[in-house]
Structure formats: structure tokens, C-alpha cells
Design a protein around this ligand. Structure first.
Ligand code: HEC
Ligand code: HEC
Ligand code: HEC
Ligand code: HEC
Ligand code: HEC
Ligand code: HEC
Ligand code: HEC
Ligand code: HEC
Length: 329
């Protein structure tokens, strides 16, 4: 091998090495950028600059300013807290490295939903653990905490109308006077939920519906947004949930009606729609068809009246204490 060839060969090797090193460095950088907990784990006390300096740096109008109105503000301003729970840095991570390299901060708009959840749950373990969150439908579908919650104060936003009826009543003067929805939600339930669940919101437009658009009921009274400790206690199959508001329908009765008792099947939703229906009393089907879905042995002649549950017939569809044929309570 002559000298020239040797040099060529060596420089090729060097180039390959350089490329490999760059790839590794890039991978390293991807790995180390915004993962929130490592941000805290690696920080020394010197890496924190304190809320005053963050605010006075003057870069973060209006965030620094409007944060004063957040219920988080009084908490993170408690000087007795560990340094990683104080000020802006409690949620955005140690900020000194950010002065040299602006990307070195936990930015919610740049972060993955799972990382955001880990960040929030550093403090909200009482509401749920990270593993519990990842088992919810929203956690599984990668919906971020910040898709529903607004941490920095925001001027009242006109909610986009999506599907819901009677929006007029949702925009009542009372709502205007109280521009921040409770629980730091972006919008009041059910406007919030109907942003993503338009089909379900539409079901409340049917003639007979649970009074959600009328504001007498909220989506989250039937659906747990997350498995808080209180919610876990309340965790219940559909029947228990319905019965928590309609206790008289569940008995116990001397003569139970199998689908109401929920011995098998879905319970209440075998006859009722949960959201809304074309039929009175939110029934799945009107008249005979409702009962005929199961009682197929009853011929059409077993049908003297308008419905099977009119007076004189099976008026006690949910169960009876006096009559095995459910004709009276
Ligand atoms: C309790 C957690 C929390 C604290 C404390 C907090 N922030 Fe935020 N910050 C957030 C969240 C969450 C967002 C994403 C937008 C939102 O939900 O309001 C955000 C967004 C921002 C943004 C917009 C950039 C982006 O990536 O979205 C800036 C700038 C900002 N915060 C600055 C500050 C400053 C300055 C302070 C201190 C005065 C502070 N934050 C304190 C949680 C917090
Ligand atoms: C440094 C700890 C800390 C972090 C990080 C934090 N929180 Fe909080 N959060 C609190 C405390 C403490 C309260 C209670 C404040 C109060 O009740 O006055 C609170 C209150 C709330 C509330 C209002 C509860 C209510 O009863 O109205 C919501 C919602 C909330 N946080 C969501 C979040 C989300 C979402 C994140 C992540 C972006 C987050 N928090 C990050 C400590 C934290
Ligand atoms: C799909 C929307 C949605 C998402 C996503 C969401 N929340 Fe909530 N959150 C709610 C609703 C609705 C409530 C109010 C529940 C109620 O009042 O019964 C709430 C209440 C809270 C509260 C108040 C206290 C409590 O225990 O009820 C905290 C704290 C909170 N959420 C934190 C979080 C955190 C942290 C995340 C991310 C891991 C998150 N939320 C994700 C909708 C959501
Ligand atoms: C940012 C969008 C978003 C918001 C806001 C939101 N959801 Fe969801 N929700 C989803 C996604 C995505 C899923 C995963 C399943 C799917 O694709 O329907 C889901 C799943 C669900 C499920 C389980 C569906 C099933 O098939 O088992 C329920 C119940 C639910 N959401 C209720 C609510 C309620 C109540 C609210 C308001 C407090 C809400 N959601 C707000 C996006 C959202
Ligand atoms: C009266 C209680 C109740 C209210 C109020 C309610 N839901 Fe439901 N929802 C249910 C029940 C029960 C089911 C399960 C239905 C079934 O399995 O037949 C359900 C199912 C769902 C599902 C799963 C998909 C589906 O259609 O089966 C989503 C998503 C959902 N609801 C969203 C919402 C939203 C959004 C609101 C508010 C606009 C809301 N719900 C209000 C009881 C309720
Ligand atoms: C959080 C409370 C709550 C829960 C849970 C709940 N409901 Fe209701 N339900 C109501 C309210 C409020 C009304 C409206 C009553 C009125 O207009 O006087 C209602 C009305 C009804 C009606 C119609 C009554 C009529 O006279 O037209 C039926 C049927 C019904 N609910 C069945 C159910 C079923 C089935 C479930 C479970 C999927 C359920 N409810 C869960 C509160 C609830
Ligand atoms: C076998 C079918 C069936 C099942 C299962 C069923 N219901 Fe009903 N429900 C009916 C019928 C039919 C009516 C209408 C009765 C009437 O108009 O007199 C009704 C009416 C109602 C009403 C309105 C009552 C009123 O006085 O206006 C409520 C509330 C209700 N059901 C709740 C429930 C709950 C809660 C469950 C589950 C525990 C349930 N239902 C299970 C058939 C059923
Ligand atoms: C989801 C299935 C289902 C639906 C819908 C249903 N039933 Fe039943 N019903 C049963 C089962 C199961 C039994 C107990 C087993 C049996 O004896 O057939 C029962 C028992 C009865 C009984 C007691 C007498 C008997 O045959 O044992 C009467 C009366 C009755 N149902 C009437 C009705 C009426 C009226 C409706 C409509 C409002 C209705 N059922 C809807 C499943 C259903």
C-alpha cells in the first residue's frame, strides 16, 4: 500500500468515525432533551434562579404576569418548599441552563403528553399515580393534561360551539361573570368534552336527553376524568352509577326483573340510552319492541295495549314487591 492510499484509507476511517460520533451525539441529545424528571434529577441547587429572576428577565410577558392569578402561585411561592417545587421552575425545570441555551427548559408546547403527565404528577400524586393515569382511556390515547387544563390564567375565551344544543344557556351571564372554569379546565364541562366527543354531544340533541345542555348535569358526573382517590371509591359499574341518582329504580324488590337487577348483561342500558333517545324516558325502543328484544316467546297477540308497561299490564318494569308478573309495585 503506498502512502497516498494509506492516507485515503485513514481519512475514510476517520470520516466514518466522525459520522458515528455525530450520530451518537445526536441520539444522546434527543435522549437528554426534554425528559422532565431527568431535568430535575441532574440539577444542582445552582441551576435554579428563582421566580423573581425569571419574571424580571422580562422575556415572559404575559406568562409571568398572568401566573399571579393562578391558584398554583401561592403554593409555589412558599419559601419552605424544596427548591425544585418553587416558582416557575417547579413546572418548567431549573432555568439557569435555559439562559445559555433557550431550548433547555421544559416547554409544554414542545413536550410529549406522557412527559407532561409525569411533570404534573410530581405534585398531584393525591389525584392519581402515573400508572393509574396511563390506564385511563385518555392516558392510553395520549391526551395531555394540558388538553383539558389551563394552568396560566387566560382571558375568557368564547367556546367554539361543537354539536351542543342550547349553547345560549351555557353562555349565561353567570358564566361571563365567572370567566375561569372550575378546576382550571379550559372550558366548562360539557363544552370541554364536546370538543373531542362531538358524536356523544350530538346525542344530547335528541328529543329526550339527560339535562346536560340545560346545565343541570355534567358529563363528569357520570364519567370520571381521572382515577382520583375519591373517584376510585365511587368507581362503579353502569348500574351503580345510574342508581346513585335514581335510587328507587334498583330495589331490592321481592320480585326482581332480571335485566334491571343486572344479574347478567349491562343493566339499565339494556332498556335506556345513557345520553339521549328519540323515545320518552330515554328508552332504547318504544312500546312492545323494547320488551320483545328478550321476551321473544310472547307472540304479537300478547299485546293488549299501547305499551307493555301501561296500568293494568307490567307497570312495575323495574321490579315489584307484590306481583311476580310485575303488574303493580
Ligand atoms: C403549576 C405549573 C406551572 C408553573 C408554576 C408555571 N407554569 Fe408556565 N406553563 C405551565 C403550563 C402547563 C404551560 C402550557 C400552557 C398552559 O397550560 O397554560 C405553561 C406555559 C408557559 C409558557 C409558554 C411556553 C410554552 O412552552 O408553552 C411560558 C413562557 C411560561 N409558561 C412561563 C412561566 C413563568 C415565567 C412562570 C413563573 C412566573 C411559570 N411559567 C410558572 C405550567 C406552569
Ligand atoms: C409544584 C407542585 C405542583 C405542580 C408541578 C403542579 N401542581 Fe397543580 N396544584 C398544586 C397544588 C399545591 C394545588 C392546590 C392549590 C390550591 O388548592 O390552592 C394545585 C392545584 C391544581 C388544580 C386545581 C385543583 C382544584 O381543586 O381546583 C389543577 C387542575 C391542577 N393543579 C393541575 C395541574 C396540572 C395539569 C399540572 C401540570 C401542568 C400541575 N397541576 C402541576 C401543585 C402542583
Ligand atoms: C379529558 C380531560 C382531562 C384530562 C386529560 C386531565 N384532566 Fe384533570 N380534571 C378534569 C376534570 C373534568 C376535572 C374535574 C373533575 C370533577 O370536578 O369531578 C379534573 C380535575 C383535576 C384536578 C382537581 C383535583 C381532583 O383530584 O379532582 C387535578 C389536580 C387534575 N385534574 C390534574 C390532572 C393531571 C395531573 C392530568 C394529567 C395527568 C389531568 N388532570 C388530565 C379533566 C381532565
Ligand atoms: C383533547 C380531546 C379530548 C377531550 C377534551 C376529552 N376527551 Fe374523552 N377521549 C379522548 C380520546 C382521544 C379518547 C380515546 C378513545 C376514543 O378515541 O374515543 C377518549 C375517551 C373517552 C372515554 C372512553 C370512551 C370509550 O370508548 O370507552 C370517555 C367516557 C371520555 N373520553 C369522556 C370524556 C369526558 C367526560 C370529557 C370531558 C371532561 C372528555 N372525554 C374530554 C379525547 C378527549
Ligand atoms: C347520565 C350519565 C351520563 C352522562 C351525563 C354522560 N354520559 Fe357518556 N356514557 C354514559 C354511559 C352509561 C355510557 C356507556 C354506554 C353504553 O355502554 O351503552 C357512556 C358512554 C360514553 C362514551 C363512550 C362511547 C360511547 O358512546 O359508548 C363517551 C365518549 C361518552 N359517554 C362521552 C360523554 C360526554 C362527552 C358527555 C357530556 C356531553 C357524556 N358522556 C355525558 C353515561 C353518561
Ligand atoms: C348525576 C345524576 C344522574 C345520573 C348518574 C343518572 N341520571 Fe338519569 N336523570 C338525572 C336527572 C337530573 C334527570 C332529569 C330529571 C327531570 O327532568 O326531572 C334524569 C332523567 C332520567 C330519565 C328520564 C326521566 C323522565 O321522566 O323522562 C331516565 C329514564 C334516566 N334518567 C335514566 C338514567 C339511567 C339509565 C342512568 C345510568 C346510565 C342515569 N339516569 C344516570 C340524573 C342522573
Ligand atoms: C326492562 C327494561 C328496563 C330496564 C332494564 C330499566 N328500565 Fe327504567 N324504565 C323502563 C320503562 C319501560 C320505563 C317507563 C315507565 C313508565 O313510563 O311508566 C322506565 C322508566 C325509568 C325512569 C323514569 C321513571 C319515572 O318515574 O318517570 C327512570 C329514572 C329509570 N327508568 C331508571 C332506570 C334505572 C336507573 C335502571 C337500572 C337500575 C333502569 N331504569 C332499568 C324500562 C327499564
Ligand atoms: C334484556 C332482556 C330483557 C328485557 C329487555 C326485558 N326483560 Fe323481562 N325478563 C327478562 C328475564 C331474563 C326475565 C326472567 C327470566 C324469565 O322468566 O324469562 C324477565 C322476567 C320478566 C317478567 C316476569 C315473568 C316471567 O316471565 O318470568 C315480566 C312480567 C317481564 N320480564 C316483563 C318485561 C317487560 C314488560 C319488558 C319491557 C318493558 C321486559 N320484561 C323487558 C329479560 C328481559
Amino acid at each position: 500500500m503506498n502512502v497516498q492510499k494509506r492516507w485515503l484509507c485513514l481519512s475514510a476511517v476517520a470520516l466514518a468515525l466522525l459520522a458515528a460520533v455525530t450520530v451518537v451525539a445526536e441520539k444522546e441529545q434527543q435522549k437528554t432533551t426534554p425528559y422532565p424528571l431527568s431535568l430535575f434529577a441532574k440539577a444542582t441547587p445552582d441551576d435554579y434562579m428563582g421566580e423573581k429572576d425569571c419574571a424580571e428577565a422580562g422575556c415572559h410577558y404575559p406568562h409571568a404576569d398572568n401566573f399571579n392569578r393562578s391558584p398554583h402561585a401561592p403554593f409555589v411561592r412558599n419559601p419552605k418548599l424544596p427548591i425544585d417545587q418553587q416558582g416557575c421552575e417547579a413546572c418548567h425545570g431549573p432555568a439557569k441552563p435555559h439562559l445559555e441555551d433557550p431550548s433547555k427548559i421544559f416547554s409544554y408546547s414542545q413536550s410529549k403528553p406522557a412527559d407532561i403527565a409525569a411533570m404534573c404528577l410530581r405534585c398531584h400524586a393525591d389525584t392519581m399515580r402515573l400508572s393509574q393515569w396511563h390506564r385511563t382511556q385518555h392516558g392510553k390515547a395520549d391526551v395531555a393534561c394540558t388538553a383539558c387544563h389551563q394552568i396560566h390564567w387566560q382571558p375568557h375565551k368564547e367556546p367554539p360551539a361543537r354539536g351542543l344544543i342550547n349553547l345560549g344557556s351555557l353562555r349565561s351571564p353567570q358564566t361571563e361573570k365567572e370567566p375561569q372554569p372550575r378546576r382550571l379546565l379550559k372550558f366548562d364541562d360539557p363544552i370541554l368534552c364536546s370538543q373531542c366527543h362531538q358524536r356523544q354531544a350530538n346525542e344530547f340533541r335528541l328529543n329526550f336527553h339527560h339535562p346536560v345542555p340545560e346545565r343541570r348535569l355534567e358529563c363528569s358526573e357520570c364519567h370520571e376524568a381521572h382515577p382520583s382517590k375519591a373517584a376510585q371509591k365511587r368507581f362503579r359499574p353502569i348500574k351503580e352509577m345510574c342508581v346513585s341518582c335514581h335510587p328507587d329504580k334498583a330495589g331490592p324488590f321481592t320480585y326482581e326483573h332480571d335485566p334491571v337487577a343486572g344479574w347478567s348483561g349491562e343493566g339499565c342500558t339494556e332498556c335506556h340510552r345513557a345520553h339521549g333517545s328519540q323515545n320518552p324516558k330515554l328508552l332504547n325502543a318504544f312500546s312492545r319492541g323494547l320488551c320483545a328484544q328478550c321476551h321473544t316467546d310472547k307472540s304479537a297477540t300478547h299485546y293488549p295495549g299501547r305499551t307493555c308497561w301501561m296500568a293494568g299490564c307490567h307497570a312495575a318494569v323495574h321490579g315489584s314487591n307484590s306481583d311476580a308478573l310485575l303488574r303493580r309495585p
